[in-house]
Write a protein that binds this ligand. Structure first.
Ligand SMILES: [Zn+2]
Ligand SMILES: [Zn+2]
Length: 179
């Protein structure tokens, strides 16, 4: 969804957008999450000079995979944000010096007089996806030896002990070296 800057210029007040974005409309570059339902967004776009100020909220229901127990779980997010978009400096006239803070997350750029609102919303959602999602803060994860889900049942593995199959090999190796 592209918003033409000229449309903002002709308005007296800010442009209000309320829209649900489906997963297909949002190019979610994250493979760790899926949308359970469309992302709900409310955006307010106002033009300050050539800069677009966006104030909004996005709400989404994500399906994440726990990095400890590998089960999928649902997490809903709701995020308020304020961002500024400037004309992309790459399309400005040559020879002009720009000292823009590229690392500033609160400043984005728009190109060809258009702001890509879908990309903006997708970005806000992706920012809320944790690097290592965890289903519960106290998720015990899987036993790294037998693979049992330690949230459901314990196992008899000792920390640092060998897999029984490996123990047989270790035993054999010992016998060989002794003979
Ligand atoms: Zn878990
Ligand atoms: Zn185990």
């Amino acid at each position: 969804m592209l918003i033409d800057i000229n449309e903002l210029k002709t308005r007296d007040g800010p442009l209000l957008i309320e829209k649900n974005f489906s997963e297909g409309e949002l190019d979610m570059a994250s493979d760790v999450s899926m949308l359970r339902q469309p992302v709900h967004s409310q955006l307010q776009l106002s033009l300050v000079g050539e800069q677009i100020h966006v104030k909004g909220v996005v709400g989404a229901n994500l399906e994440l995979t726990c990095s400890r127990c590998l089960k999928s779980f649902e997490r809903s997010i709701e995020k308020n944000f304020e961002l500024d978009y400037r004309p992309d400096p790459m399309v400005e006239e040559e020879g002009e010096e720009f000292s823009l803070a590229y690392t500033d997350l609160d400043v984005g750029f728009y190109r060809d007089q258009k702001l890509d609102v879908s990309a903006l919303v997708a970005e806000q959602v992706v920012l809320e996806v944790p690097m290592k999602p965890v289903c519960h803060g106290d998720c015990k994860g899987l036993c790294d030896q037998c693979g049992a889900d330690l949230n459901e049942k314990g196992c008899d593995c000792q920390p640092g002990s060998l897999d029984p199959r490996l123990a047989v090999l270790a035993d054999l190796k010992k016998k060989i070296s002794e003979s």
